[in-house]
Every structure is written in C-alpha cells, then in structure tokens.
Design a protein around this ligand. Structure first.
Ligand SMILES: Nc1ncnc2c1ncn2[C@@H]1O[C@H](COP(=O)(O)OP(=O)(O)OP(=O)(O)O)[C@@H](O)[C@H]1O
Length: 591
C-alpha cells in the first residue's frame, strides 16, 4: 500500500499528508512571512525615528509631505500602531493555520498507521508487546505535535529574517556586511554536527519510552495476578528500572541539546563583535555615519539570533524524526499474509473443508502439524479431540489463515484458501476461540459484533440459543450492562456464552467451536448443545473439546496426537477400536 513511498525521506512522506490542503499551506506561509516582516519593522522604525529627530525637515518621512517634527512623529506612531496590529493579526492567522494542519497530519498518520497495523499477521503482534505498538500509535504520533505546530513557521521566519535583514545590511553597509556573516558557516557546520550526535540519543529516548509503555500495559492487564502474588514491590522496582532508564536516556539527550544553544551564542557574538569593531573603524575613517553604525549594530543581532534559534528547531526536528521513523517503520512493515483474489460469496458457500497433507511450524519452532489430512464434508458435524498441545487450535487458526502453512493445501469448497479473498474466507467462518475476548462495551454491543446490522430481536434470539439470555436479563442493566475491559465483569462461562451468541449471530456456513463450552457446567452445556443442534443444520461444525461428552454425537471424530491424526471414526467405532479415545472415554466416564 505504501511501497511507492519507501526510500523517500520520512519528513517528505509526512508532508505528503498535507497534500490536499494546498490553499491552507500557502495562506499559512504568506501569513508567516507577513508576520515576520511586521515583526522586523519596529527596528527599522527606530532608524526612521532617529532620522526624524536628526535630519528634521530633510528626513525620509518629510518626503511624504509632512514637514514639522510633531507631524512626522505622529505619522510614525500611526505606522507603528498599524504594523503591530498587523503583526498580531498575522500571528493569529498563521498559528491557527499551522496548528490545524498539524492536527490534520497527525490524524491522518494515526489512522493510516492503525489501518496498516490491522492488516499485519498475528505473528507480528506475537513478537511485539502491546505497549510498544501503543507507544508508536499514540506517543510517537503525539510527539510530532510540537514540531508540526511551529516547525514550518520557524523555518519561514528564519528565511524571511535572513533575507530581509541580510539584504538591508548589504545595501546600507556593503563593507561591513561580510564580517557580520562570518559566523554563519560555523553555525551551519555546528548545527549539522549537533544534529548527527543528537539523532541517536533521541532514538534511544523513544525506545526507552516504548519499554516503559510495554511494562505498564502488561502490568495493568495483570493487576489481579500482581495483587494475588503480593508482587507490588517487585513490580514497582521493575517500573522504577524502566523509568530510570528513560530518565537516563533523556539526560544524555538533554546534556547535548542544552549545550548547543550557548555554544551557538558564542559564535553569534563573534559576528556582533566584528560589526562593532569594523563598523567603528569605518565611522572613524569617515566611511559610515554614526546613525547607520548604531542601526547596524542593532540589526546584526536580528540577523544572527535566528541562527541561534535554529538550534532549537533542530532539536525539535530530531525529536520528531525519532518518532516519525518509528511510525514509518510500522507503515513499511510488509503484509505477510496477502489476500487472494478469488471471491467467495457468503450465500454460495457449501462449507466443505479439506486439509491436504499439511505441515506447519510456528516461527523458529519445531513442527506442530505434520502431513495432516482430513476431510469434512459440507454440513458435517465433526469433533476433534487430543492431548493438550497436540495442535488442535493451531489447525483452526490455519483454517482462518492467521498463519501460512509450509506444505500442503487447505481447501474450502475445493478452492485453496490462499486464493480466496481473505475477508470472504474469514466471513464464512464463525470462530469461538478458547480464550474469549470481549470488548469494553455493553452485552448487546458484544453480541452484535457478529453482525453489525443485527436488530435487537436478533441479538436476543442469538443469546437465547447460546443459553445466555437468562443470565443477561438478570444483570443490572440487562443487555445494556457494561462488561468491562476483556469482559472482566462476567464469569468465564458467561463470557463463553456471549462468544457463542456472537458466532451464532454471524450465521456462518462454517462454525468452529474451540473449547467453546469448557467453562460452563454440564447442564448448561447440554442445553447449548441442544440449541446448537437446531442451528447446525446446513452448517459445517468443527468442535474441539477435551470433555468427550461435548463431541460424542458428532458425525465423525478425529483424535490427534503430536500434530497427527492417530484415530478417526464415529464415537462407537472409536470405542470399538479400543485405543486412545476408548481409554479417554473410560477415564472420563468413571469420573
Ligand atoms: N503463537 C504460537 N507461537 C509459537 N508456538 C505456538 C503458538 N501457539 C501455539 N504454539 C505451540 O504449538 C503447539 C500446539 O498448540 P495448540 O494451541 O494448537 O494446541 P491444542 O491442541 O489446541 O492444545 P490445548 O488442548 O491445550 O488447547 C503447542 O506446543 C504450543 O506451545
């Protein structure tokens, strides 16, 4: 999606987000230049005032037709008032324009980064902590604010000042001007050297910030565990370590950044002294008037100070770049599981699933599934059992194409899932996972996640089928009760039933239940089974369970061990086989 911009300077890529705002950008540039010109004017007005009192009837203003001094000073005062008012007006305008643009850029960048993030494969998320990603999406993008708010204005102010003041310098005193600009190359050289040293320090600061963020998010979600193990002091010291590392990293950046401005000031003073000295010599030799000399000494500061403030801008720039680079790196992460192009209209799905000799290993791990084949006819109701860690959940995740298989083929209705449009594939599978995730929101909203267009009656119907209606209506606000983050205000069994209701509402041709009823009691499970039986007609069901009673009525049962199918058949056939399944059944029946 972003490949065309890879390789471009991150700042240029950032500025691309302002593309559709040409008028605002130009207006902002114009207002910034006008503001700076108005800002410089008073220094010139002082020159004009001196001119009035020294030259009297022969002053510059007298050429406008006002000859007496009071009149001239009156004109000057009005001019000053006008210019200062304009300066304020332009400042208001440019500040507002740049800051609005800054918000727009941040908003678009954040949205782009999030959209891209959502497309990345699960493996990407497994290798990074939530806190790290959060710090990029939130902190880093917010970090840009300061630079975006004022960076452009400062650059334009700088250029305007140098051109206006430098130009007038060259016109008024061509012989002194070269001395005034002597420090400029040194300032540039110093700024570049500074920039190169500062960049890695700010990159380190951002890195440390993301480490704190990841520790904090982790601890906040594990707060109950921390409390139960009375690990508060331990966690406090871990947070302290991360915070200390951040502080130290920042200190290193500050030490350098703080030294720069005073250093530049020293160089600036050289230009000031040169003007003072050589200008004085010129006056003594009769090559320069006293008035002009005074004026030059005054404006040389106007010329040189912006160079000093350049250091602050560089600082902000480097800080922003450290963040921009992190965001751009996220945007440049390639999507490892690309969508296919074959459409699979929901209505047309029959629901036949075939796994053909598949082999799969998680990244840097040994094989989880080896040469596994199984065939699920459309509309069949199959069960999968097996020891913990034998690869049952992995199999389902492969069907959803969360990971890519290394060998073999997975087919739905005879089409390789790699060829299918990813959204179509996932839309036709309803998945109730082992660890249910509920979003912060109401019960109804969480069920409606299965179908955002569902009516309230549909939600209730789905909840009834999932045996959830009864407990929902007993909650304080019924369907409008907030479930808390991750659904923590509900019991495990209640969460599972909401997840089942959500999957039922999705009404998928293929329904996968991975330990979907493991947390509910036998009685409730039996009731859910009965309801499910009603809706399982014309639907392919894949049920994974440790409790064999859950799947004993399946049309066909696969028994897995260490990534392979070791037994298969109906419940009766498997009992007759007298193998692993029969053994498990005996153990569980005795219990
Ligand atoms: N994201 C992952 N990255 C690396 N390894 C993983 C990942 N998920 C699972 N595994 C490993 O793959 C193996 C199979 O896990 P899987 O969850 O498929 O087993 P399961 O049969 O569903 O087990 P259970 O009955 O306990 O749920 C396990 O050894 C597990 O450690």
């Amino acid at each position: 999606m972003h490949s065309f911009s890879v390789g471009k300077h991150p700042l240029l890529r950032l500025l691309r987000y302002a593309k559709g705002y040409r008028t605002q950008v130009w207006s902002a540039i114009a207002c910034t230049i006008l503001n700076r010109l108005c800002d410089l004017a008073p220094s010139y007005l002082i020159g004009v005032a001196v001119d009035v009192v020294v030259e009297r009837e022969n002053s510059l203003i007298s050429r406008l037709g006002v000859t007496n001094i009071v009149g001239q000073l009156g004109v000057l005062s009005l001019l000053t008032l006008l210019i200062w008012s304009l300066e304020s007006l332009f400042e208001f305008l440019y500040d507002r324009l740049w800051r609005t643009l800054a918000q727009t850029i941040q908003h678009k960048l954040r949205l782009d980064a999030y959209t891209h993030l959502q497309e990345l494969e699960l493996n990407f998320f497994e290798e990074r902590s939530t806190g790290t990603l959060l710090s990029i999406l939130n902190d880093d993008i917010n970090q840009l604010e300061q630079f975006l708010n004022s960076g452009a204005a400062e650059v334009i102010h700088f250029i305007t000042t140098v051109l206006a003041v430098g130009g007038s310098f060259a016109i008024i005193a061509p012989s002194v001007a070269p001395f005034a600009i002597v420090p400029i190359p040194f300032i540039f050289w110093g700024s570049l050297a500074f920039q190169n040293r500062l960049a890695p320090r700010y990159a380190d600061v951002r890195e440390k910030a993301s480490l704190i963020s990841s520790r904090l998010t982790n601890n906040l979600s594990g707060i109950a565990t921390i409390k139960s193990f009375t690990a508060e002091p331990y966690e406090r010291s871990r947070v302290m370590d991360e915070s200390e590392a951040y502080r130290r990293s920042n200190q290193k950046a500050i030490a350098l950044s703080a030294a720069f401005f005073p250093l530049i000031r020293l160089i600036v003073v050289l230009g000031f002294i040169a003007t003072l000295f050589f200008g004085g010599v010129a006056v003594a030799n009769g090559n320069l008037t006293v008035g002009t000399y005074g004026f030059l000494v005054f404006i040389v500061q106007l010329l040189l100070w912006p160079f000093a403030s350049l250091s602050q801008l560089m600082d902000e720039y480097q800080r922003a770049m450290a963040s921009i680079r992190r965001v751009m790196r996220l945007l440049d992460t390639p999507i490892a599981i690309p969508t296919g192009s074959h459409p699979l209209p929901l209505k047309a799905v029959r629901g036949e699933v075939r796994l053909d000799n598949i082999t799969f290993a998680y990244k840097d791990r040994t094989h989880v599934l080896k040469n596994l084949s199984l065939h699920i006819p459309a509309g069949a109701n199959i069960g999968i059992v097996g020891a913990t860690g034998s690869g049952k959940s992995t199999l389902v995740k492969l069907l959803l194409r969360f990971y890519e298989i290394q060998a073999g083929q997975i087919l739905i209705d005879g089409i390789d899932i790699r060829e299918l449009r990813l959204r179509d594939l996932r839309r036709c599978i309803g998945w109730v996972s082992q660890d249910v995730f509920l979003f912060h929101g109401t019960v109804a909203e969480n069920i409606a996640y299965g179908n955002f267009d569902a009516h309230h009656e549909d939600i209730i119907h789905a909840a009834k089928l999932a045996e959830a209606h009864e407990f929902i209506v007993q909650l304080p606000q019924g369907y409008d009760t907030i479930v808390g983050e991750r659904g923590q205000k509900l019991s495990g069994g209640q969460r599972q039933r909401l997840a089942i209701a959500r999957a039922i509402l999705k009404d998928p041709p293929i329904l996968v239940l991975d330990e979907a009823t493991s947390a509910v009691d036998n009685e409730t499970e039996a009731a859910i089974q009965k309801s499910l039986f009603v809706i399982t007609q014309n639907r392919t069901i894949i049920a994974i369970a440790h409790r064999l009673s859950t799947i004993r009525h399946s049309d066909y049962i696969y028994v897995m061990d260490k990534g392979e199918v070791v037994e298969q058949g109906t419940h009766e056939e498997l009992l007759a086989l007298n193998g692993i399944y029969a053994n498990l059944w005996r153990v569980q029946s005795e219990v």
